[in-house]
Write a new protein. Structure first.
Ligand code: PGA
Length: 257
């Protein structure tokens, strides 16, 4: 049985005081160790604020993006070793906002996945179709294309296991239009089958998170699905009470690591 993970993607939100408040609220909730990973993805400027409070606890944190080089003349960029230096274990790669607004191609996403792995970070790679792609019946094609681009990161035989996938249908992000548990399960099972083509044993182990308008009142039905291993939470992760409730839902489902 795979463990459940709950991740909070703060996007470009928050100041130091907000980071302290949110982090402290999660620490105060004293979640049971049956929820093995709760991970916060603050903006770069708030990583140190989160780390200062969370260090030594079971709460983890990561970056929302990274560049594929380790250092050099890349004004405005942040590298994997820099994130590691701040205690990050995870990094988001290929979020749809980066793919759409910052024109990150599948090739760029792959380079970033490799950079993350080389830096000792676990990439949480986001994939997902747009509304138009879903309506025109292209969902599986889009997911296959996005997955085919990153699967080489799993090594020749798929032995490299420290990669997490987040299925985030773009039409569900920040819209309040959550995918139904059945819709999400169908996509997750498909994504897992794509990993299985490379390595069936790894496909059983790899965590696949669902993202897109996850709230406390829909998390239970989503996380109960066989192939949904937790959530990547955007808007609701900025409300301490709501986010803690989502973690409690995961705790009750209790798929410990
Ligand atoms: P949302 O965002 O929960 O606000 O829909 C999810 C995400 O973009 O990771």
């Amino acid at each position: 049985m795979r463990p459940i993970m709950v991740a909070g993607n703060w996007k470009m939100n928050g100041l130091h005081a907000d980071a302290q408040h949110l982090t402290q609220a999660i620490l105060d909730a004293a979640l049971a160790p049956t929820v093995p990973e709760v991970v916060l993805f603050p903006p770069f400027t708030l990583i140190a604020s989160v780390a200062a409070l969370a260090r030594g606890s079971s709460l983890r944190w990561g970056g929302q993006n990274l560049f594929w080089e380790n250092h050099g003349p890349y004004t405005g960029e942040i590298s994997g070793p820099m994130l590691r230096d701040h205690g990050c274990r995870y990094v988001l790669v290929g979020h749809s906002e980066r793919r759409q607004i910052f024109q990150e191609s599948d090739e760029i996403v792959f380079r970033k996945v490799m950079a993350a792995l080389h830096a000792g970070l676990t990439p949480v790679v986001c994939v997902g179709e747009s509304e138009q792609e879903r309506e025109s019946g292209q969902t599986w094609e889009v997911l296959e294309r996005q997955m085919t681009a990153i699967l080489p990161a799993l090594g020749a035989n798929g032995q490299q296991a420290n990669l997490i996938i987040a299925y985030e249908p773009i039409w569900a992000i920040g819209t309040g239009k959550t995918a139904s548990p059945a819709q999400a399960q169908e996509a997750h099972a498909y994504l897992r089958s794509l990993v299985a083509r490379k390595n069936p044993a790894l496909a059983q182990k790899v965590l696949i998170l669902y993202g897109g308008s996850v709230k406390a009142n829909n998390a239970g039905a989503l996380f109960a699905e066989e192939d949904i291993d937790g959530g990547l939470v955007g808007g609701a992760s900025l409300q301490a009470g709501e986010f803690v409730q989502i973690c409690r839902v995961a705790e009750q489902i209790g798929r410990g690591g």
